[in-house]
Design a protein around this ligand. Sequence first.
Ligand SMILES: [Zn+2]
Length: 389
Amino acid sequence: MDRQARITEIEQFIGYVIEQWPRDRARYQDQIAQRCTRCILSDRCAPIEDGLCAHCRAFEAASEPDPATTVSFPGASEEAIGAVLSRYAGAGAQDYDALVMFSGGKDSAYVLHRLRTEFASLRVLAVTVDNGFLSPVAMDNVQRALPLLEGVDHMVYRARPRLYAQTFRHAFTHLNEGGCYATVDRMDGDLTLDIGRNLAASMRIPLLVIGLSPPQVGGILGLSTFETTPAEEARRRTTAAGFDLEALYASDDWKYWWDGTRWPAESVPHVLYPFCGWNYDEQQIRGDVVRLGLVGPNQDNPLITNNDTIPLMLAVDSMFLGFSGFEPEFARLVRGGGADRNFWLAVCEALELLTRQGRFLPGCLDDTLGRLDLTRKDVGLPEQQTAAA
Ligand SMILES: [Zn+2]
């Protein structure tokens, strides 16, 4: 499938979600899960009473914020993040002070923009790790943003192609109870961040900046802090998504995973998650990066940016869990006012119905499966339906 066909299929889905789904919804209501009237959460994910999911009921009732709803990072603030960034300006032993993971998505573009404009003396290297499944739009966004990020150098890192393909193939066929979000996406994220750690260590770059959203830092990485110090980073990762890495990989692939004990102490980076202290408003960030020209108009949707594996993850989770593993994260953003409820509600509902009918982005799904040497049956998806609804 060529890149334009992929983009066209996704744009048609988004067009359907925005234009047609609100009119189709009533007709299919009995075929899809009930959803929370405040956020978007499916009753397959959390019980719903009087229209509200358990998280929203807790959110409304509690004087203390529900820990499942609000991710808080003690001590995190604009000032605390700024203090770390200022401390490292000029501190690198060699050419750079900060390595910023740059996926081409809106969040990492926004981080780079803020570092460039607010911390101009920080010497920044942006790194894009190409896992072989980066969407063409993500690479376009990288190319578009770089000329606008004055003073930022950029590097693309490509590991041997089989590294990620093998990782994804194993993860898609050995899902844990959290589905793709907690298995495939987790392996991808952990491996990519560990490659970033290794690059920072080998290039003696003392600060690693990661533009994950607060729900991702809290929910996926399981961190309750906006930073990890070099002392905390001086450890070895032995598992990811529950898999024993030594058992899963040949020994010459172990080097991609982080082993902070094999580096001298002064090479181990400090890791910073700036969105934990900055206000994370998905819609505001989306608006800002499009206005600044860092992300193309209509190319800021996470279905299109990021990875070609995402549509497959959404569909597999929809069958495996009954909802997409990304839903709790978007529900949390909707609940906090940081994401557009109507859009995400429609995406989740249409995804659920079309996946079961074998009509959700069929070309994209089969293309990604083919590249992973997997079939629909291998990942529990119904065969593609070509008949109209
Ligand atoms: Zn809710």
